[in-house]
Design a protein around this ligand. Structure first.
Ligand SMILES: *Cc1c(COP(=O)(O)O)cnc(C)c1O
Length: 480
């Protein structure tokens, strides 16, 4: 069974063996993409079923990769929810284009640790360069370019970007004393009732405390009420507190609502409060000129992030995080121990991205972004976004024609919130039924206390017939 017998001379794979096995794995992935539609979208395994099929102990002698691939097929595949299925309409998607996967492979193969400029200059400079490209591609304000006081950095996820933004805001609000004990008791952060949970997580991690996070009310379209924000900030100041951070969202997770960034930004500027703008999902749409208006108001923002791994064809993890002025961020995060000192850092002419993120180490993440942008070009990326928007319009039309379903929030870009006209339980039952049957997968949210179904289109293999079939399946489930 084993064709690998480890010995002193063949402990590692030879280059020839790597080539052979590597091609096989690439073939396996290509085949997987070809047949992904055949599997139930939502994994059907019970808790612990995957583990029960794995050996209790690790092998004492090495095994062949062929054996591993067999287990991949028999044990792992059934335990997957198929995010790359054209019938995946749940949460927000994660894009996974072939060029980005190849970029990921290159990153792994080069095995570079890019914590400092000197530990691989190309790792830092390609990242800076591609992030500057994206400023142009999305029509972001020039202040986010590396050529001025600000710049961009790749984070793993938007949650990390938000945490870094809050750390920078805290540093600025306390004039550099943010890590002194007791100094931050009075700091207050603001977001809307619709803001992603990562804000509360960041508030907990930084020690501001959940009780110092104000959830501002929203309007009928689930966008933050800017007057309510201004009033809350004024009240907190009166109470002797220190407003320090506002997070506005372009495209909320529940319903893709867009906060009025311009008005929020004017308040933040007047009050000297840090404005972070989270466009994790919707930001990608701005590669199309017709959606660049979404970024109006960003001229007031201190930081901004979006996730190319959601809707811009880059496999996760890949979040682009920008600051208008890097001083507070790097002051908050830079500690230079003796063992990292080097001449390039001392000259001040280079970027050391370790000072822009939580961990020290970092991988060559920009490769996959670079390969993706070069392979598709701006026009290819625009086509991709527009196709999903037009498929979403088709879904909206079908829901509007339906006797059983109705829209539950204004549809936007590639997300539709809708519901069965019956009660919450009927909607829960329909969702459960279609997901358990496995032909499609969608998830839910609550809007104004109502149980609402979400349909998000973000898969590269989704075509018109998949959308039509999804509506047929929903109608069928509504009849039972
Ligand atoms: C998905 C999402 C997040 C969280 O993203 P991660 O990258 O998974 O941390 C944050 N904010 C918004 C608006 C999102 O849609």
């Amino acid at each position: 069974m084993k064709n690998k017998t480890p010995s002193a001379t063949d402990l590692h794979m030879t280059p020839e063996e790597f080539r052979r096995q590597g091609y096989q794995i690439i073939d396996w992935i290509a085949d997987y993409w070809g047949r992904v539609e055949e599997f139930p979208v939502l994994s059907q395994v019970a808790p612990n079923e995957v583990r029960s099929r794995l050996p209790p102990s690790p092998p004492s002698v090495g095994e062949s990769l062929e054996d591993v691939v067999k287990d991949l097929e028999n044990i792992i595949l059934p335990g997957l929810t198929h995010w790359q299925s054209p019938n995946f309409f749940a949460y927000f998607p994660t894009s996974c284009s072939a060029p980005s996967v190849l970029g990921e492979l290159l990153c792994a193969g080069l095995g570079v640790q890019g914590m400092l400029w000197v530990t691989s200059p190309a790792c830092t400079e390609l990242e800076t360069h591609v992030l500057d490209w994206l400023v142009e591609m999305l029509d972001l304000p020039d202040k986010f370019k590396s050529t001025g006081t600000g710049g961009g950095v790749l984070q793993d996820y938007a949650s990390s970007a938000t945490l870094c933004a809050l750390l920078a805001a805290r540093e600025r609000a306390t004039e550099g004393r943010s890590n002194r004990a007791g100094y931050q008791d009075k700091l207050v952060a603001y977001c809307s009732t619709q803001t992603h949970s990562s804000i509360e997580k960041a508030v907990r991690i930084t020690g501001l405390g959940s009780e110092n996070l104000r959830l501002i009310n929203v309007n009928d379209n689930f966008a933050m009420l800017p007057d309510a924000l201004a009033a809350q900030i004024a009240k907190d100041r009166q109470d002797g507190l220190v407003p320090c951070f506002v997070c506005a969202t372009i495209g909320t997770t529940s319903s893709l609502a867009v906060d009025p960034v311009s008005e929020i930004g004017r308040t933040c500027q007047r009050e000297g409060v840090w404005l972070h703008v989270d466009a994790a999902m919707a930001g990608s749409a701005a590669v199309c000129p017709e959606y660049q208006y979404l970024h109006q108001g960003l001229e007031h923002a201190d930081s901004y992030c979006f996730n190319p791994h959601k809707w811009l064809l880059v496999n996760h993890d890949c979040d682009c995080f920008y600051v208008a002025d890097k001083t507070a961020l790097t002051n908050a995060l830079s500690i230079l121990p003796e063992y990292l000192k080097n001449v390039a850092t001392e000259t001040g002419d280079v970027i050391d991205y370790r000072d822009w993120q939580i961990p020290l180490g970092r991988r060559f993440r920009s490769l996959k972004l670079w390969l993706t942008i070069r392979y598709y070009g701006i026009e290819g990326l625009q086509k991709h976004i527009r196709k999903h928007v037009s498929l979403t319009k088709l879904f909206v039309d079908l829901i509007e024609e339906s006797n059983s379903f109705e829209l539950a929030a204004p549809p936007f870009l590639n997300l539709v919130c809708f519901r069965h006209k019956g009660d919450n339980q009927t909607n829960e039952r329909i969702l459960d039924k279609v997901n358990q049957e496995g032909q499609i997968y969608l998830t839910h949210t609550k809007l104004n206390g109502r149980y609402v179904l979400r349909f998000c289109i973000g898969q590269i293999r989704t075509e018109e017939h998949h959308v039509r079939r999804a509506v047929d399946i929903l109608e069928e489930a509504a009849r039972c």
